[in-house]
Write a protein that binds this ligand. Structure first.
Ligand code: AVI
Length: 340
């Protein structure tokens, strides 16, 4: 069997690999390196960013519609109820920027209420996703200037270049980063601080951050949200192994790994794992990984915060909390920060 690299070299020699394929192969190379590195650790792990291939993104959409996953529904209700107040606080002539082309619905609820916004800048690594979401938003808001930018928002240099080129006063009163969905919860806290700091460093005093953050609550509610009765989250988790099989020519036997979601209260995070139900070995591109019965692959963390805890984290990144909106149960928060 050829490794990914051998396949490319073969293809290049025979002139069968075009530019697009080369790019895919480079991405696969990075994917392979991260998978091998993660599975070589004493606690095996895989990066959660690889959940979102086409099938994984569809499964995530389906998770958002399950009765147990309160996160999306609750956050949308908060925008429906309070977008007017958010808009008053943000003020007129805002340039809204969203790292990651997120949910068109959430930003739509906000754009609908903003007062004479200068524009909306969705930023994502995928041109295709950006084009789709920008098209929908341009049709919904023909008067708003929608300017998608293809960027890897984890790349500090790219972010700096983009922010340096943004229009400033008097055209724009404020730049506001919109980061909904509690995606920040999927970063470890130190990484969350550096992620937010790179934005604060590129904004001006008085600019803002509107961010959705999931809150600490009962263990049973949290664990059900990440282990729904219909098994969609389990399928989402297992799809990561399926993706490795498909894209890296590995041979995980999916039926022998079970989904587990537990709330680790000490670390205030939901942990998702895939648990090997027997002793087995898996081959991935010349590497062999041995699994004991019951051994797990840690696939995702989803941190849950208190309002004060998140405010302290954001302060380390250079933001001051101005206002918080929550649902009646106190399950979820949308927080407005300004740059210090
Ligand atoms: C995308 N992210 C905020 C989700 C979460 O709640 O951490 C991902 C997810 N994983 C399982 N269910 C949802």
């Amino acid at each position: 069997m050829l490794t990914v690299e051998q396949t490319v070299v073969e293809g290049i020699i025979r002139g069968r690999v075009n530019e697009r394929q080369k790019k895919t192969v480079l991405l696969n190379k990075e994917f392979l390196a991260e998978v091998v590195n993660g599975l070589s650790k004493p606690q095996k792990k895989l990066p959660c960013k690889y959940f979102y291939d086409e099938k994984g993104s569809q499964l995530f959409e389906a998770i958002c519609a399950t009765p147990e996953y309160y996160v999306t529904r609750t956050e949308c209700n908060i925008y429906e109820k309070y977008a007017d107040e958010m808009s008053d606080l943000i003020g007129d002539k805002v340039l809204l920027l969203e790292p990651g082309a997120g949910s068109v619905k959430k930003v739509g609820l906000l754009l609908d209420k903003l007062n004479a916004p200068v524009g909306f800048v969705p930023m994502d690594i995928s041109q295709e996703i950006l084009e789709d979401s920008s098209k929908i938003l341009s049709e919904q808001f023909p008067a708003i200037n929608i300017n998608p930018i293809v960027v890897d928002f984890l790349n500090k240099e790219q972010i700096h270049n983009i922010f340096s080129a943004l229009p400033a006063k008097p055209l724009v009163n404020k730049r506001v980063i919109f980061f909904p969905g509690s995606t920040i919860g999927n970063f470890d806290p130190d990484d969350a601080v550096s992620f937010l700091k790179q934005f604060a460093d590129n904004l001006h005093t008085g600019d803002g951050l509107l961010i959705g953050v999931d809150l600490v609550k009962d263990t049973a509610i949290l664990e059900a949200a990440y282990d729904d009765a219909t098994g969609i989250t389990a399928e989402f988790n297992a799809n990561l192994l399926d993706r490795i099989d498909r894209e890296l020519d590995a041979k995980f036997y999916l039926g022998s790994f079970n989904h587990r979601a537990i709330f680790n209260r000490n670390k205030s995070r939901i942990e998702m794992h895939l648990v090997s139900d027997n002793e087995q070995s898996v081959h991935i591109a010349n590497n062999e990984f041995i699994f004991e019965e019951g051994e797990t692959i840690h696939t995702e963390n989803s941190y849950k915060y208190t309002v004060d805890g998140f405010s302290a984290l954001a302060k380390k990144a250079g933001f001051r909390l101005e206002k918080v909106w929550k649902d009646d149960d106190g399950f979820f928060s949308v927080n407005y920060f300004s740059v210090l």
